[in-house]
Design a protein around this ligand. Structure first.
Ligand SMILES: *[C@@H]1O[C@H](CO)[C@@H](O)[C@H](O)[C@H]1NC(C)=O
Ligand SMILES: *[C@@H]1O[C@H](CO)[C@@H](O)[C@H](O)[C@H]1NC(C)=O
Ligand SMILES: *[C@@H]1O[C@H](CO)[C@@H](O)[C@H](O)[C@H]1NC(C)=O
Ligand SMILES: *[C@@H]1O[C@H](CO)[C@@H](O)[C@H](O)[C@H]1NC(C)=O
Ligand SMILES: *[C@@H]1O[C@H](CO)[C@@H](O)[C@H](O)[C@H]1NC(C)=O
Ligand SMILES: *[C@@H]1O[C@H](CO)[C@@H](O)[C@H](O)[C@H]1NC(C)=O
Ligand SMILES: *[C@@H]1O[C@H](CO)[C@@H](O)[C@H](O)[C@H]1NC(C)=O
Length: 535
């Protein structure tokens, strides 16, 4: 997650809407789903190809460089790709990879780290991966026949649980700040803060699901309590007039000494994104304890529909969410932000609000266009557009025309490209997944399949898959020789799940599912539905 804009705008505070009090509802019916065995097999084959390349050339390091057949320890050297691949290997029923990963987990030494540690990245990839592996292995219906013997195996569960706790204990020092807002950057041996003075809402607000789940698995309440304390500053943003330009929509950076916001610039983009995502996911996790989180999510979505929904001048049929600096909209967005469609659909299902589902489907269709409009059939990292006059007058200072050399492209596509790289990100396919689970409309399976085929064709490189530099050049322009661990956790899992059989870990349109996905696509069991799985 990244912040690409550091504008701090003056702003005025709109009147706060009253929070809604909807309780979790079960919808009467859910759609029929279709399985595509041929597509499932193709995605599994892509997983195997990547896994084999990683295992041969990079394991037990973090990431494969598939062209040079070397590795990178970009995530502190604990085998990020292996841990991130665990829940995907389990749902795919890949017994060989699962055995290799579970063996690796027992040998990770979380007391030593290569490089500076990101609390956020470590939480979503490692803690999320370990806790999800634990929850899946505790769920017999989640396991394929050859994984069934692993069900409830105390040795394996203890290894996952102990390692998650070993890691969390070392990370706890992050919360030793005057406010309790964590410092995102740490060093180990011994664990200590690196001395940051600020942190962003995404990196503060995307811990609470993993840390709360760890508390519920271990029976030690302090993990969840620390993450919830940091989150409390995001739920009650101060100083209001600066921090909350629209009800529920807040700035990006906070002072970790006094807990005050430092700006009123934000959106559903990197640096902010998964803060909003987790508000509704915590409500799914425990609708009683986290009802207040849901109220904040509802405010943010209502404000986004009212103040950020933007239609490109050349393609008013599309809808993108603008960023904001104070109350001024900024017509720029990212591949990362395309998760917003799926998250708003999910909240619509959970709260039984069809208008949220419909709005999310509109956003998903527009993110689809960022794929179909390019040469490779893959969407860009960052894009921009001119609003059709709904939010700002055409040609006004913040709403200018496309650059001359992309004017023709903008006329046709409805956006222009600011950064054309693609680094194996999942968010567009992720939103197709939620759109499909909500509607059962097979067009979303087809969109996900087309996206998978485009990525599989363009990014296959050497012993795995690589980030590319230009979605507007045949073949992606050039390769970055880097395979992110989230390729395993997210792109391959969403591509698989949307074509696969219904299962206990799939999202259910009638809100009957037992799992909620962290931002790295690791399914964790929702506490309110745990019962027999807890001890
Ligand atoms: C649990 O898993 C471990 C490691 O795979 C294995 O050695 C052990 O036999 C299993 N225990 C049971 C009770 O199946
Ligand atoms: C950690 O602190 C060092 C020394 O102040 C600094 O150079 C480095 O950029 C910091 N790391 C991060 C990720 O902020
Ligand atoms: C954060 O707040 C403290 C205490 O009020 C202040 O001394 C410090 O300058 C602030 N830091 C930033 C980055 O605003
Ligand atoms: C912008 O597009 C939307 C959606 O097509 C339309 O409803 C609205 O009237 C347009 N606004 C202007 C000012 O043209
Ligand atoms: C906006 O400016 C462009 C030239 O930059 C011009 O072609 C276009 O007609 C203007 N549109 C409006 C609605 O003023
Ligand atoms: C458009 O022009 C800018 C500025 O000269 C250049 O940096 C950019 O690469 C060009 N983009 C395209 C798509 O040709
Ligand atoms: C995916 O890419 C791999 C590697 O190039 C290729 O072997 C495989 O046939 C492709 N799968 C599909 C469905 O096109």
């Amino acid at each position: 997650m990244r912040v690409f804009s550091n504008l701090i705008g003056a702003c005025t505070l709109g009147a706060l809407a009253l929070p809604t009090t909807a309780s979790p509802t079960r919808r009467a019916s859910k759609p029929a789903y279709v399985t595509h065995p041929d597509r499932v097999d193709a995605v599994k084959a892509a997983f195997q190809r990547s896994w084999d390349g990683y295992y041969k050339h990079a394991f037990p390091h973090d990431s494969l460089k598939p062209i040079s057949n070397t590795f990178s320890d970009d995530r502190n050297g604990w085998g990020a790709s292996a841990v991130d691949a665990l829940s995907t290997a389990i749902v795919m029923g890949n017994a060989g990879a699962v055995a290799q990963i579970l063996d690796h987990v027992q040998h990770i030494d979380f007391n030593v780290a290569v490089g500076d540690i990101s609390l956020f990245e470590t939480t979503i990839r490692y803690l999320g991966g370990l806790v999800s592996g634990y929850d899946l292995l505790m769920t017999p219906e989640a396991l394929s026949p050859d994984l069934k013997p692993l069900y409830s195996n105390r040795t394996l569960l203890d290894a996952l649980g102990h390692q998650a706790e070993n890691l969390a204990k070392n990370l706890m020092v992050a919360f030793d700040t005057p406010s309790g807002i964590p410092d995102n950057t740490l060093r180990f041996s011994p664990p200590r803060r690196n001395g940051s003075t600020t942190n962003s809402i995404a990196t503060i607000g995307t811990l609470v699901l993993e840390w709360t789940r760890l508390s519920d698995i271990t029976g030690n309440p302090q993990y969840g309590a620390k993450a919830q304390k940091g989150e409390s500053y995001l739920l009650d943003p101060q100083p209001r007039a600066l921090a909350e330009p629209f009800p529920g929509l807040v700035g990006t950076n906070l002072n970790i000494t006094n807990g005050q916001f430092l700006d009123g610039t934000g959106g559903w983009v990197g640096g902010d994104d998964s803060f909003y995502e987790y508000l509704i996911k915590m409500y799914i996790y425990d609708p009683v304890k986290f009802a207040g989180y849901k109220d904040r999510w509802v405010l943010a979505v209502e404000s986004s529909m009212a103040h950020l929904a933007s239609h490109p001048a050349s393609r008013p049929d599309l809808t993108f969410l603008a960023m904001f600096s104070g109350t001024t909209p900024l017509f720029i967005s990212q591949h990362l932000a395309c998760f917003d469609a799926g998250n708003i659909i999910l909240g619509g299902l959970v709260l039984n609000k069809q208008q949220y589902v419909d709005f999310g489907l509109e956003l998903a269709a527009s993110c689809h266009d960022t794929y179909t409009s390019t040469v490779t059939g893959i969407g860009p990292e960052t894009f921009s557009w001119q609003d059709n006059g709904t939010l700002l007058a055409i040609n006004s200072s913040r709403n200018g025309a496309a650059p001359a050399n992309q004017s023709a492209f903008f006329q046709k596509a409805g956006f222009w490209i600011v950064d054309g790289q693609y680094i194996l990100r999942p968010e567009v396919i992720e939103s197709f997944y939620y759109a499909y689970r909500a509607t059962g409309d097979t067009k979303y399976q087809d969109w996900a399949w087309d996206a998978f085929l485009a990525i599989n064709k363009t990014c296959a490189a050497g012993s795995g898959y690589s980030a590319i530099n230009n979605v507007m050049a045949t073949g992606g322009g050039s390769f970055q020789d880097f395979q992110e661990s989230f390729w395993f956790a997210e792109v391959l899992k969403y591509s698989f799940l949307i074509q696969a059989d219904d299962a206990v870990y799939q999202v259910q349109a009638d809100n009957s599912g037992d799992f909620v996905y962290n931002t790295e696509c690791h399914p964790v069991r929702a506490k309110a539905k745990v019962g027999k799985y807890m001890y």
